[in-house]
Design a protein around this ligand. Structure first.
Ligand SMILES: *[C@@H]1O[C@H](CO)[C@@H](O)[C@H](O)[C@H]1NC(C)=O
Ligand SMILES: *[C@@H]1O[C@H](CO)[C@@H](O)[C@H](O)[C@H]1NC(C)=O
Ligand SMILES: *[C@@H]1O[C@H](CO)[C@@H](O)[C@H](O)[C@H]1NC(C)=O
Ligand SMILES: *[C@@H]1O[C@H](CO)[C@@H](O)[C@H](O)[C@H]1NC(C)=O
Ligand SMILES: *[C@@H]1O[C@H](CO)[C@@H](O)[C@H](O)[C@H]1NC(C)=O
Ligand SMILES: *[C@@H]1O[C@H](CO)[C@@H](O)[C@H](O)[C@H]1NC(C)=O
Ligand SMILES: *[C@@H]1O[C@H](CO)[C@@H](O)[C@H](O)[C@H]1NC(C)=O
Ligand SMILES: *[C@@H]1O[C@H](CO)[C@@H](O)[C@H](O)[C@H]1NC(C)=O
Ligand SMILES: *[C@@H]1O[C@H](CO)[C@@H](O)[C@H](O)[C@H]1NC(C)=O
Ligand SMILES: *[C@@H]1O[C@H](CO)[C@@H](O)[C@H](O)[C@H]1NC(C)=O
Ligand SMILES: *[C@@H]1O[C@H](CO)[C@@H](O)[C@H](O)[C@H]1NC(C)=O
Ligand SMILES: *[C@@H]1O[C@H](CO)[C@@H](O)[C@H](O)[C@H]1NC(C)=O
Length: 651
């Protein structure tokens, strides 16, 4: 075919082009596509000299023959017409950062328009002042790179900058930010965690950035400003995050937003110190879709004016001091907002009254009402919230019966949290729910048996049925957990029988809590592959011999105390190096304390009390230098109390 021979020729030409550096300089004459500029390559070499590259990320930054084309170096992008470097991405890995400092030779890369060095560790060094000469820069991302010292005011020279992220570094507290308004093209600005407590005009400064659409000033110790400065609002702002700032009411920010023609879509003011009634002013910001006010000290209810917020999708008021009747709150949102609201967070307040009919909120996907003082019965209309995906209603003194009707149309339900109540769960034994849950959290409920319908659920990875009066038998034939379970808590029930020898997918670092039941027999090996295992206060009698093979070093918490284990401990603790807490007390373990326990270099709590251990303490315990708590009482240990005990354990 003509097509494939043409392809062959093309491939050959491409081969020649790609290998040109090794073919000598001849090929580079007049070729605009040819690799990088010599002085830019030298700048990169200087930049690398100032970096500590523990993980060899920049091994391609090499001057070896055949590697000279720095446009092919990792993180480097060149303009394909001119060959100049236009992008530098040193945001290689958040877990394997580059260290050292950012070289002033950066300024040699005059054509750079994009620089990302986020998630590195520049060890509190300064951003090079010369960065101010990179006049083509449009994106500058220095987020979370452990820069320190003063923010260089030379940043103000970067008049083409559209995106500037300085957040999560360790700069000195700036006296002012007067350089900022010079960045007249700025659309995105993040200064989170920079202490702006001395910058009393921050609002005026920010207001001068007329193209700004996203502003993040999270945890900046922003000063409250009085009186409200006369500012022309930035009508362009879409996202404003002023969370974690100790702001109080009356707030110039809220006044500013509500008195100006803004179109803010997402407003985050959580974790401040707002007290008193929620201001009506929020409802003047018609464009709002997300209003996040959690972790403040708002009182009362929700103003009636909120009913007119026709775009509101997410309203978060968790962890405030709201105290009105839920029915009244629902009424005050009814008008327009009730149609748009998808996520409503009212948990951890003092909201009272009964659970109202919420079918007038047809878009509701997420509902948090837990930790309030709601009482009475749960209406069957709940079963009609067909968009509901996540429902949190635990920690309220509800009463009455929960039946299949309460879930009849909840086909999308993924998460159900209900706990601490006196509800009676009345489901027919062959009920097949319309949903497939991911998470079920039903502790402190009254369930004499495992819910039969749970066997229809194949996807869940989170199961909490603790302290629910379950007196059933756990065994292979009856109970099959999904293998991707990450969290199971059945503690404080009256469950008997054996733990079936199943496999959980160990990649999930699972948590198993089965303490305070009546489980017996052998502890199967798979349970040791998790992160957290508590089987205390049962009647287990045998530790699987395969314990040693089972471990994959992920276990951090192991509690087998208060059982009937009566054997010698295996000497394989080198397979448990991650353990921080090990409790084996109140069993009948005998024999020597294994010397391999010295491999538990992370161990903080070691409780071997009330057993039958004999012999001397192994010298290797010296290695457990992080120990805080050691209990050896009521054993048959002998020999001198070693001098190193305590001396090697400063904590
Ligand atoms: C050069 O870069 C431009 C913009 O990135 C791109 O649209 C174009 O396809 C590239 N040309 C070649 C030959 O790679
Ligand atoms: C680094 O940033 C660039 C540009 O924003 C991005 O495309 C890339 O995915 C990032 N690299 C990593 C490892 O996250
Ligand atoms: C910079 O890199 C980080 C981490 O890879 C990424 O999350 C961020 O979006 C990048 N910044 C820009 C402006 O693309
Ligand atoms: C950080 O810099 C200090 C000097 O300011 C130096 O002593 C220390 O070793 C550096 N740390 C790292 C991890 O590079
Ligand atoms: C910043 O710009 C001014 C004038 O616009 C210039 O004199 C100065 O050298 C620039 N500073 C840097 C660091 O490029
Ligand atoms: C910010 O600086 C002020 C002093 O100007 C100080 O009182 C405040 O605690 C600092 N904020 C943080 C979060 O450290
Ligand atoms: C807020 O105030 C508390 C104490 O009142 C203080 O510990 C905290 O650092 C302050 N946070 C900020 C961001 O200023
Ligand atoms: C507000 O804008 C008007 C015109 O748009 C301008 O005359 C005035 O100086 C501005 N005020 C401030 C404080 O920027
Ligand atoms: C508010 O902004 C919109 C759109 O930018 C504009 O149509 C309207 O006239 C402005 N209203 C006032 C009072 O400035
Ligand atoms: C309803 O709104 C009115 C007027 O804003 C307010 O006084 C009342 O406290 C609100 N009630 C509830 C239950 O939120
Ligand atoms: C042990 O479990 C029983 C129920 O099986 C319970 O009553 C007791 O409080 C539990 N003890 C501890 C110390 O948790
Ligand atoms: C204890 O630490 C020493 C070095 O500090 C090491 O040689 C020895 O192997 C360690 N013992 C155990 C059991 O890990």
């Amino acid at each position: 075919m003509g097509g494939s021979s043409l392809q062959l020729v093309l491939t050959f030409v491409l081969f020649l082009l790609c290998t040109k550096p090794t073919l000598g300089n001849y090929w580079s004459v007049g070729d605009a596509n040819l690799g990088c500029k010599e002085h830019e390559r030298q700048a990169l070499v200087k930049i690398k000299e100032d970096l500590i590259d523990d993980y060899d990320h920049l091994s391609s930054w090499s001057t070896r023959v055949g590697r000279e084309d720095c446009c092919k170096w990792r993180g480097v992008n060149c303009n394909n017409q001119t060959g100049h470097i236009i992008q530098l991405n040193l945001n290689i890995s958040d877990v394997e950062p580059l260290r050292g400092k950012l070289s002033p030779f950066l300024s040699e890369l005059q054509y750079l328009n994009f620089l990302n060095v986020s998630y590195n560790d520049f060890n509190h060094t300064q951003i090079p002042k010369s960065i101010g000469s990179l006049s083509n820069l449009r994106h500058l991302d220095l987020y979370n790179a452990n820069f320190g010292r003063n923010i260089p005011f030379q940043l103000g020279n970067l008049s083409n900058l559209q995106y500037l992220d300085l957040g999560e570094n360790h700069f000195n507290k700036p006296e002012n930010i007067e350089w900022l308004p010079q960045l007249s093209s700025l659309e995105y600005l993040c200064m989170s965690t920079i202490n702006l407590s001395k910058v009393n005009n921050w609002l005026n400064v920010v207001n001068k950035l007329s193209y700004l659409t996203s502003l993040y000033l999270y945890s900046c110790s922003l000063p409250n400003i009085f009186p409200i400065p006369h500012v022309n609002s930035s009508t362009s702002l879409d996202i404003l995050d002023l969370s974690v700032n100790n702001l109080t009411l009356p707030s110039s920010v809220i006044e500013w937003l509500s008195n100006s023609n803004t179109s803010v879509v997402e407003l985050y003011l959580y974790d401040n110190q707002f007290q008193g009634l929620i201001p009506n002013a929020f409802s003047k910001i018609n464009s709002l879709e997300v209003l996040s006010l959690h972790d403040n000290e708002f009182e009362g209810g929700i103003p009636k004016s909120f009913s007119g917020m026709c775009n509101l999708k997410t309203l978060s008021l968790s962890s405030n001091n709201l105290s009105e009747q839920l029915l009244g709150i629902v009424h005050n949102l009814t008008g327009c907002a009730n149609h748009s609201i998808e996520k409503l967070y009212l948990d951890d307040n003092h909201i009272m009254g009964s659970f109202p009919d919420l079918t007038t909120f047809p878009s509701l996907r997420v509902l948090w009402l837990s930790e309030n003082q709601l009482s009475g019965t749960i209406p069957e209309s709940l079963g009609k919230q067909f968009n509901l995906e996540r429902l949190y209603i635990g920690g309220n003194p509800f009463e009455g019966v929960i039946s299949e009707t309460h879930f009849s149309k909840l086909t999308k339900l993924k998460v159900f949290h209900i706990y601490d109540n006196s509800l009676v769960f009345n489901f027919s034994s062959n009920w097949v729910p319309p949903f497939q849950l991911d998470e079920l959290y039903m502790n402190n409920c009254q369930l004499p048996h495992f819910p039969k319908w749970l066997q229809t659920q194949k996807n869940y990875y989170w199961l909490d049925l603790a302290k629910s009066g379950i007196s059933d038998t756990l065994s292979n034939s009856y109970w099959i957990f999904p293998t991707h379970l990450r969290y199971i808590d059945l503690s404080g029930n009256k469950i008997n029988g054996h733990i079936p020898n199943l496999l959980l997918e160990s990649s999930f670092h699972f948590v198993i809590n089965l303490h305070s039941n009546k489980l017996e027999g052998e502890i199967p090996p798979f349970v040791f592959k998790g992160l957290h295992l508590n089987l205390s206060n049962n009647t287990f009698s045998k530790l699987a011999l395969s314990l040693c093979e089972a471990s994959n070093n992920s276990l951090e918490f192991l509690d087998l105390s208060n059982n009937r284990l009566s054997e010698e401990l295996p000497n394989c603790w080198m397979h448990f190096e991650g353990l921080k807490i090990l409790k084996l007390a109140n069993n009948h373990f005998h024999g020597k304390i294994p010397s391999s326990m010295g491999s538990l270099i992370e161990i903080e709590t070691l409780d071997l009390g009330n057993n039958n251990f004999s012999g001397e303490l192994p010298l290797t315990l010296k290695n457990c230098t992080k120990l805080i708590f050691l209990d050896l009482r009521n054993n048959s240990l002998s020999g001198p109390i070693p001098m190193w005990l305590g001396r090697s354990h400063p904590n």
